[in-house]
Design a binder for this molecule. Structure first.
Ligand code: ADP
Ligand code: MG
Length: 716
């Protein structure tokens, strides 16, 4: 079968999916039949009735039962999108938004970007042709939060479906907290909360408010406040579970051998492997491809495909496309395939038992993305992926004893293990019309001195209705940073104009602040480039075994000031080459990533201009660039330990030991004072993307922060 053509729309830099050809080769009728076979189809009337009569409906159902793709269509067919209204469906993950929107437009036989559209950060595929034509809109929950800035009550939506609620991502939780407030003001708004596992009762309790509202329950248009719970009975088949006898030391290798032995011994059926991130997935793909080549018997049998969020649209589509008859598909995925996406034809699951998770320690104020054990709930979800079309098998790369005795029952909500800086600003910007939304909590708190803050505010902010309460320490840390950034005032309200501007830029507050500062410093052109590059995972091509060549290539762009300035050199080189793929290859620069950088940069430029930033280049004055970085990232300042022979730094904020990451141009250079963009932890805490600074800039940038909390840490 042919793969669907991808129309590359160069002007917008957006990939348009041609609607006339369907990836599966099915015609419209057959898709209709497929729809009717989904478990959720039997519940169509029940769902529509509950949504009509209840403010909130909670839908629980196995992954693949049709919640995400069908419910928005049911709603539209029932008239919820009439009269210019829009049905929204949120997802925690960008890739899921794209995949689901593309599937639904295909099912409806419409062109993606018209009646069915999607919005993710930096990519808006709605209303592109006919203004206001989009009736069903898929978006990340972060994007919906941002929409609240312009329209606090989200008035254009008739129904908002918050999907994948069991994931408890931080944006989902903030969104749920704010939607609950909005509901009080908009009795006609309907919420659907859908999830794969049974958490329905606590979610229902969260949404059940006893507070009085306008109108009487049961009257026309006034729905019941008590949430309805609907459970969609799936049709999952039995999945046989296998454990390893002894713990495995290398789960990548173990996963590869397991796939090979399934392929040798088991009947046909696709294999889904759960690893943790791009690095280990790419490694496993390479190993498997090599294995398959060496092992003659099975050399032609495997089609190995990666699945993670950094993939290009074309690579994403490959995962969902049929493969030649007689071959076996092996998809190696992050936990995105756990519940957000459904792959047809999987009969075998290999579960490493790990995923990448965010962990934040408010005491040391260090946030890390680490590979950590999954919960039992996740392990069950993963196993379930093998039993969608027929009985399947799941191979767990951990022992049964470990599963029973050591694995935790449920994961911890992200809100309780994250840095809350972005979360608080989202909460506050959602409350722009704060009084209107009656955001008790956030508005009551005073961010003054730390002791005062503790005394006055923290109980209130914890009293704000989050589905999961964040820790007071994490909240204090976040408020402190936002206050020092000049984003919040003493009343924890967004400052004008800085706070509003920062909230309007769809980037972390620290990056946004850096952009604002560049306006005064006259280097907005450079800083916007840096911001665009920082929002991409990596601009380098990394191929195992070619590390030395990559390092050499990097040296060509290396700047003594640090990584940020080196990025500017790469960007300049890329432009000078006429954006040439050849130039990229020669220099180990990832061409796709650079194209994305150019695209994001264009969007940031437009946003910057809208909020009144004057685009200006500082030419070769890198001091102002470093000052702008400092203005945003002052909280990440570190000082080289005197007499340190191994390059040990300590953070100014909490005296944590950190080191410059080997991928940085400042590795082994070790300037006395540096600022980092993020930390990664392996055996040590490593700083990624580092720039050298003059410590006096810290006090200039954040007098409150440094004079008040760390008076002796900086030389005057
Ligand atoms: P849920 O949200 O309940 O997990 P979905 O609505 O995502 O379920 O999926 C329902 C069904 O739609 C899946 O079982 C699968 O058959 C089909 N499907 C979903 N996405 C795609 C896709 N991108 N390509 C092909 N089929 C898909
Ligand atoms: Mg779904």
């Amino acid at each position: 079968t042919e793969r669907p053509p991808l129309l590359d729309d160069d002007e917008g830099g957006i990939l348009l999916y041609s609607a006339s050809s369907s990836s599966s080769g099915y015609g419209y009728v057959s898709i209709e039949k497929q729809r009717q076979r989904l478990p959720v189809f039997k519940y169509r009337m029940a769902i529509l009735y509950l949504v009509e009569t209840h403010a909130t409906t909670i839908v629980v159902g196995e992954t693949g039962s049709g919640k995400t793709t069908q419910i928005p269509q049911f709603l539209k067919e029932a008239g919820w999108a009439d009269g210019g209204r829009v049905i929204a469906c949120t997802q925690p993950r960008r890739l899921a938004v794209q995949a689901v929107a593309s599937r639904v437009s295909e099912e409806m036989g419409v062109k993606l970007g018209e009646e069915v559209g999607y919005t993710i950060r930096f990519e808006d595929l709605t209303d592109r042709v006919t203004q206001d034509s989009t009736r069903i809109k898929f978006l990340t929950d972060g994007v919906l939060l941002r929409e609240m800035m312009e329209d606090p009550l989200l008035t254009k939506y008739s129904v908002i479906m918050v999907d994948e609620a069991h994931e408890r991502s931080i944006s989902t939780d903030v969104l749920l907290g704010l939607l609950k407030k909005i509901q009080r003001r908009r009795p006609e708004l309907r919420l659907i909360i859908s999830s794969a596992t049974i958490e329905a009762k606590s979610m229902a309790a969260f949404f059940h408010t006893s507070k009085k509202r306008r109108g009487l329950e049961g009257e026309d248009c006034v729905p019941k406040t008590e949430p309805a719970i609907l459970s969609v009975e799936g049709r999952g088949f039995n999945v046989q579970i296998f454990y390893v006898e002894e713990p495995v030391s290398d789960y990548i290798q173990a996963a590869v051998s397991t796939v090979m032995s399934i392929h040798d011994q088991e009947p046909m059926g696709d294999i889904l492997v759960f690893l943790t991130g791009q690095d280990d997935i790419d490694a496993a793909v390479r190993l498997l491809t090599e294995e398959a080549q060496n092992n003659r018997k099975s050399s032609s049998g495997l089609v190995v495909l990666p699945l993670y969020s950094g993939l290009s649209r074309a690579d994403q589509d490959l995962v969902f496309s049929p493969i030649p008859r007689g071959k076996r598909k092996v998809v190696i995925s992050t936990n995105i395939a756990e519940t957000s996406l459904t792959l047809e034809g999987v009969s075998y699951v290999v579960d490493s038992g790990f995923s990448k998770q965010r962990f934040y320690n408010p005491i040391s104020d260090i946030e890390n993305l680490v590979v950590a054990p999954i919960s039992k709930a996740s392990a069950r979800q993963r196993a379930g992926r093998a039993g969608r079309v027929r009985p399947g098998k799941c191979y767990r790369l951990y022992s049964e004893e470990y599963f029973v005795k050591e694995m935790s029952a449920e994961g911890i909500p992200e809100m309780q293990r994250s840095n809350l800086v972005s979360c608080v600003i989202q909460g506050c910007s959602g409350a722009l019309e704060g009084c209107l939304l009656n955001m008790e909590g956030i508005l009551d708190i005073r961010v003054g001195r730390r002791d005062k803050l503790k005394a006055l505010g923290i109980d209130n902010i914890l009293g704000f209705d989050w589905p999961a309460s964040p820790s007071p320490e994490a909240m204090i840390r976040a408020l402190e940073v936002l206050y020092s950034l000049g984003v919040l005032d003493d009343d924890a309200k967004l400052t004008s104009p800085a706070g509003f501007q920062v909230a309007e830029i769809p980037l972390e507050p620290m990056v946004s602040k850096m952009i604002l500062a560049s306006n005064q410093l006259g280097c907005s052109e450079e800083i916007i480039t840096i911001a665009a590059i920082l929002s991409i995972q990596s601009i380098w091509i990394s191929v195992r075994g070619q590390q030395k060549d990559l390092d050499e290539a990097k040296l060509r762009f290396a700047a003594a000031e640090g990584d940020h300035v080196s990025f500017l050199n790469v960007y300049k080189g890329f432009l000078r080459s006429g954006k040439s793929p050849k130039w990229c290859n020669k220099n180990f620069v990832n061409y796709q990533a650079m194209r994305k950088v150019v695209e994001i940069r264009e969007q940031l430029k437009r946003i910057a201009q809208r909020i009144g930033i004057v685009l200006k280049s500082c030419e070769s004055d890198m001091q102002v660039v470093r000052k702008a970085v400092t203005a945003g990232f002052f909280a990440n300042a570190c000082n080289l330990e005197a007499f340190s022979h191994n390059g040990m730094y300590k953070t100014i904020r909490s005296s944590q030991e950190v080191y410059i990451h080997p991928s940085s141009v400042l590795f082994r250079v070790n300037p006395k004072w540096v600022i980092y963009n993020s930390l990664v932890s392996t055996d040590r805490q490593y700083m990624r993307n580092v720039i050298s600074i003059n410590p006096s800039w810290l006090i200039e940038a954040a007098p409150h922060f440094y004079q008040h909390h760390h008076p002796n840490s900086i030389p005057h």
